[in-house]
Design a protein around this ligand. Sequence first.
Ligand SMILES: NC(=O)c1ccc[n+]([C@@H]2O[C@H](COP(=O)([O-])OP(=O)(O)OC[C@H]3O[C@@H](n4cnc5c(N)ncnc54)[C@H](OP(=O)(O)O)[C@@H]3O)[C@@H](O)[C@H]2O)c1
Length: 356
Amino acid sequence: MKAIVVEHPGSPAELTWTEVPDPEPAADEVLIDVAASAVNRADLLQAAGHYPPPPGASPILGLECSGTVAAVGRDVTGWTVGDQVCALLAGGGYAERVAVPAGQVLPVPDGVDLVEAAGLPEVACTVWSNLVMTAGLQAGRTVLIHGGGSGIGTMAIQVAKQLGATVAITASRPATLERCRELGADIAIDYHAEDFVTALPAATGGRGADIVLDVIGAKYLARNIAVLADGGRLVIIGMQGGSKAELDINALMRRRGGVIGTTLRSRPATGPGSKAEIVARVRAELWPLIARGAVRPVIDSVVDLPDAARAHRRVAEGGHVGKVLLRAPGGAGVSEPADGVLSHTPDREDKSRGDR
Ligand SMILES: NC(=O)c1ccc[n+]([C@@H]2O[C@H](COP(=O)([O-])OP(=O)(O)OC[C@H]3O[C@@H](n4cnc5c(N)ncnc54)[C@H](OP(=O)(O)O)[C@@H]3O)[C@@H](O)[C@H]2O)c1
């Protein structure tokens, strides 16, 4: 098969579409013919040589994919050759085929096309596991989501709204702030123009956030704690602003606050706290919201997989809203791009707006 190989790690890395050995599914795995994958910021870090795959994972980039089941291992139940699926991967998505533990496979939700579905597993599992399973989000709470226009942010806004929360976001561009409002954000803070430490309390009658979903890390630690409501939870899932910071324990104790850090990729495939556990919850609780159109994939653009370097540049430059998808050669679901990059089509955009 062919796959994207990182020839020279760096920023930007040299990414080459080249022949590699086919994956062999283990007894508990499903082999997927990939229709599409999607770019995650972690892919850029891995391509730069800063984020090695966990032990045993494919060295090929790609934390999610959609496609058609091509083979099932002998211990697999519930999946059949020909099923259209999407999957949460520990790696290997930027390829024509990928083998994945059966517990990380999901059906393509009703109303979502096969290529779009490639952008769902990573954001769905990250958002559901952190907001719902870890932070215990409930109706009536206020959630602050940093990077509202990111793949993660666009899913988190919609999920939090569906669960009855008041949603605040930070973002940096007028168009992104507006898109976040369209997705349901009640409070949109331009992080270049305003300090969320003053803007959020001002917009919430002084209350602040019951949950902060943070992708910045060290640079925002003190300020995130400063906006926590009593009993609030700061859930850190990214380190775009560094990994080491001083924690003001006094400030945390006064709020009876909690700080939690999680990663999805390093979780075990099965067992307590595993990817399979999250995937099962996502399938049971979030997939119905997607199937009835209450939560939609937000797609920025679709790039042909052999041109993955172009997709990485789009994410590195910023300004995208939602997911950048990578369509495998022969992947179904979108029309042929003239220049290798498809913008998100208006009819799908209208649908995602009209549903809320
Ligand atoms: N721990 C996990 O399991 C896990 C899983 C998936 C993703 N993540 C993390 O989640 C983050 C989003 O991932 P993604 O793939 O969706 O990335 P992405 O689409 O590239 O988004 C990055 C986002 O960061 C925002 N941002 C940058 N600097 C900011 C600042 N100072 N304040 C507020 N927002 C800022 C950007 O906002 P603007 O464009 O508006 O400037 C952009 O929306 C990444 O940090 C990633 O590593 C973690």
